[in-house]
Write a protein that binds this ligand. Structure first.
Ligand code: ATP
Ligand code: MG
Length: 569
């Protein structure tokens, strides 16, 4: 009977599950925890979320969604010195933006401070915890090494009465920070270093953003996390691999609370590490505080808010995370994989428009001086029913300086004296000559147009090798583009322990291009969160710093020039 069941599980239900989902499926099948599934995402509100957190969010919320369970949002707010409501708010915004919902299950580890304190008191009374008067340096020196046992503290054998008295006074504020800690009395010779009398509570006198000055002692992660999971009814506590050695301690404290009917279970997966960036919140905070970036949401940051401002979409981030998957091995993922996912999504959703980054004027000498035609531009060839918009065409236009060469090499199919090109969506033009200033810089290109080649007219089928983007000079709107490159110029900055990570910052990670020319449709419709494809250039999104008189666009990502490829055929 049992064998049949296993076969059934393996053959049908569990196809395509990652290893965490497999564990969850098995637990549900076995009816553990009364068949309940409850996960949690436990950010510490000491910084903004980054793409690594997105991986954890997709796992925690994703597995709950997949099996009909629930996922709690729990702020792990056990260190009041580093935490702030600004971070709480940004975290909530980012999770929602990614497309996940914790409904009314918003919890805080600080909600459990009373129960945790009560448990600590119980452990003291049972002789399982003691107050140590040593400094953290002394305690660290006694820890031993993985191969040699640690040394017992001289305060280890205090009586429960004395320990209780001291712990109460610690919490009453009688002692200075760092002067005493509460430790679990477990085993200084354990082969697991985390079992060598771990610290449960330390004294912190900084007010807490939720509990104010109620507490003067705060629980350590290891004494808070498993129990918080338990108090909340969490069944699967999914975290990253660095917590593997903490798991026995997680279980040790949970054992003090749990019975046979329910206990949370910790499962670990590999962190997300990305090339050319750092993921440590401490380092990211440093970049922000030292003004090396323009804030947590600087579009070069690996933060979710930075990626949002840069124009990345939730779908692209989720697709990327799906593709890299969840394993038990640490890896470094290539940022190009993320960029590929971004291009893929933006190609599907972004509105095609014209913008000229490095403009030079082009005059169509045989086009009537006061005439303006509205030509029709497709909004998105990848999307049915995305419609069209109108764009003005006139005698004077701007094209990219790079699209003209006076003395071109052989296979230059763009504009050169005597050459013909198509202006995308409009006419075929032929270059006659160009005008230069005293320094030899080209100031104007002179062309003639073939009136018969506009789309819809008989001559429109005529083939030329190059197609250029353009904007009407009189109608174009000036704007600023911010062009981003990798924040670091070293593939894995975290793997260079001897160098200050700030030395590895890419000095060219931001280039500002002023006076680009955009078609009026973009200026009229731009608002943050919109995705445009500037044709032949890249994907752009309006930045929040834009004002009606000064439009600013972030380049989300460059475009592979597909038109150029076609021209080479
Ligand atoms: P800290 O050093 O401040 O603890 P942290 O990056 O671990 O930094 P948390 O707020 O504690 O930040 O993380 C919340 C959750 O996100 C944890 O479950 C953690 O395991 C997970 N997480 C953090 N960084 C990554 C990452 N790079 N990849 C996957 N998951 C991550
Ligand atoms: Mg952490």
């Amino acid at each position: 009977m049992v064998e049949d069941k296993e076969l059934e599980v393996n053959e049908s239900d569990n196809k395509g599950l990652n290893f965490v989902e497999q564990i969850v499926a098995d637990d549900l099948k076995e009816g553990k925890n009364g068949g309940r599934l409850n996960t949690r995402f436990p950010p510490e509100p000491n910084g903004y979320l980054h793409i690594g957190h997105a991986k954890a969010i997709c796992m925690d919320f994703g597995v709950a969604e997949k099996f009909g369970g629930t996922c709690n949002l729990r702020f792990d707010d056990t260190n009041p010195v580093k935490e702030d409501v600004e971070y709480v708010d940004s975290i909530k915004e980012d999770i929602k933006w990614l497309g996940f919902d914790w409904a009314d299950r918003e919890y805080y580890a600080s909600d459990y401070f009373p129960q945790l304190f009560e448990l600590a008191v119980r452990l003291i009374k049972e002789g399982k915890a003691y107050v140590d008067d040593q400094t953290s340096e002394e305690i660290a020196a006694q820890k031993g090494t993985p191969t040699t046992p640690g040394t017992e503290s001289p305060y280890r054998n205090r009586t429960p009465e004395e320990n209780l008295d001291l712990f109460m006074r610690m919490n009453a504020g009688e002692f200075e920070e760092g002067s005493r800690v509460l430790r679990a009395k477990i085993d200084m010779a354990s082969s697991n270093m985390h079992f060598r009398d771990p610290i449960m509570y330390r004294i912190i006198k900084h007010p807490h953003h939720r509990t104010g000055t109620t507490w003067k002692v705060y629980p350590m992660y290891d004494f808070a996390h498993g129990q918080s999971d338990y108090f909340e009814g969490v069944t699967h506590s999914i975290c990253t691999l660095e917590f593997v050695p903490h798991r026995p301690l997680y279980d040790y404290f949970v054992d003090e609370l749990a019975d046979e009917t329910y206990r949370p279970r910790q499962i670990e997966f590999n962190r997300l590490n990305l090339t050319y960036t750092v993921m440590s919140k401490r380092k990211l905070l440093q970049l922000v505080k030292e003004g090396l970036v323009a804030g947590w949401d600087d579009p070069r940051m690996p933060t979710i808010s930075g990626m949002r401002r840069r124009g990345f979409t939730p779908a692209s981030i989720r697709n990327f995370i799906d593709r890299i998957g969840y394993t038990k091995y640490e890896a470094l993922n290539s940022v190009s994989l993320l960029e590929h996912a971004v291009r893929e999504d933006l190609n599907k959703i972004s509105t095609r428009v014209m913008a000229v980054m490095n403009p030079v004027k082009l005059v169509i000498t045989n086009y009537p001086e006061d005439q303006v035609e509205m030509v029709e531009m497709e909004n998105n060839p990848e999307q049915e029913n995305s419609g069209t918009h109108k764009m003005p065409f006139s005698r004077e236009i701007f094209i990219e300086r790079e699209d003209f060469m006076e003395n071109p090499p052989k296979k230059f199919f763009r504009l050169a004296p005597g050459n013909e090109v198509r202006l995308k969506g409009a006419y075929i033009i032929k270059c006659q000559d160009c005008v230069k200033d005293a320094n030899g810089n080209i100031t104007e290109i002179h062309c003639t147009y073939d009136p018969d080649t506009r789309s819809g007219l008989p001559g429109s089928a005529r083939k030329v090798k190059g197609t250029l983007h353009w904007v009407s000079a009189a109608h174009a709107v000036d704007a600023t583009a911010r062009i981003y490159d990798r924040l670091f110029n070293v593939e894995n900055p975290s793997a260079e322990p001897d160098r200050d990570f700030r030395e590895m910052l890419n000095p060219d990670s931001l280039k500002v291009v002023e006076n680009i020319k955009i078609e009026p449709f973009v200026a009229e419709n731009a608002s943050p969160g919109m995705n445009f494809q500037f044709q032949r250039i890249g994907y752009f999104t309006p930045d929040k710093d834009s004002t009606p008189g000064n439009l600013i666009f972030n380049r989300t990502i460059a475009l592979k020039d597909s038109w150029e490829k076609e021209q080479k055929k």
